[in-house]
Design a protein around this ligand. Structure first.
Ligand code: PEP
Length: 252
């Protein structure tokens, strides 16, 4: 049985005051509604990770948005933060391979896979993001592109408890556009099939596959009821505690 995961990616948003207020409001909801029938994850910017992790957060996990590519825990890598440092700050999860990293920072599948390996080795549950561009969708290549991203980005050592996949069509991120239910179902089934080839049926059947891209309170229930959709990765709507919680609440 795959337990749903409701994850918020704050991206490069929130100064200290706003960020701590947002995190506190989400954690309060988690506490008030404990025990929750799903997992909650909050991924603040690195600047707030330690402070957010210091807040009481029973029922919610804290994650980073990225980790360094180097396998070293410490060293001469200016500006980088290793997976071990993320653990040291109190996080238990990280994202890797978000499309904004893949496009703006030119991260390839190989880089994403290395980061995922580092994160899992450090003990972090790692959310590996994949997804096609609009051009790839419109030219009928979405399924192949995403299958190739799985083969390239997911370490063969990945286990269901330490790895989560997030399918995020690039054209749906922050645009208000979402794929049809048919397209989401087709893609998630394809992802499960590719994971089965790569990791075996047992691991693939237990691994959570999230949907991300313009998830809102108004569409969350429907998207999260699609077969093989095991939760949501939420950007914009995770910046308002009421909206994030309204999405989570659809799974109560
Ligand atoms: C994201 O960036 O991971 C995301 C899904 O953003 P949004 O919810 O704003 O589309």
């Amino acid at each position: 049985m795959r337990r749903k995961l409701i994850a918020g990616n704050w991206k490069m948003n929130c100064m200290k005051e706003n960020g701590l207020a947002l995190a506190s409001a989400v954690f309060q909801k988690c506490q008030q509604n404990a025990p929750l029938p799903f997992d909650v994850l909050v991924c603040p910017p690195m600047s707030l990770l330690a402070k957010v992790a210091e807040l009481p957060h029973t029922g919610a996990a804290i994650g980073a948005q990225d980790v360094a590519e180097t396998t070293k825990a410490e060293g001469a890598f200016t500006g980088d933060i290793s997976a071990d440092m993320v653990v040291d700050l109190g996080a238990t999860y990280t994202l890797v391979g978000h499309s904004e990293r893949r496009t703006m920072h030119h991260e390839t599948d190989a880089v994403v896979r290395q980061k995922a390996e580092n994160a899992m080795k450090a003990g972090l549950t790692t959310v590996i993001c994949i997804g096609e561009t609009l051009e790839e969708r419109e030219t009928g290549r979405a399924l192949d592109v995403v299958a190739a991203q799985i083969r390239g980005s997911v370490p063969t050592s990945a286990t269901a408890d330490k790895c989560v996949i997030a399918y995020e069509p690039v054209w749906a991120i922050g645009t208000g556009k979402v794929p049809t239910n048919h397209d989401v179902a087709e893609m998630h089934a394809k992802i499960r099939e590719e994971l089965t080839h790569l990791l075996g049926a047992e691991v693939a059947n237990e691994m959570r596959v999230l949907y991300g891209g313009s998830v809102k309170p108004s569409n969350a229930k429907e998207l999260l009821s699609i077969n093989h959709v095991d939760g949501a990765l939420i950007g914009g709507a995770s910046l308002k505690a009421e909206d994030f919680w309204a999405i989570a609440e659809t799974q109560m």
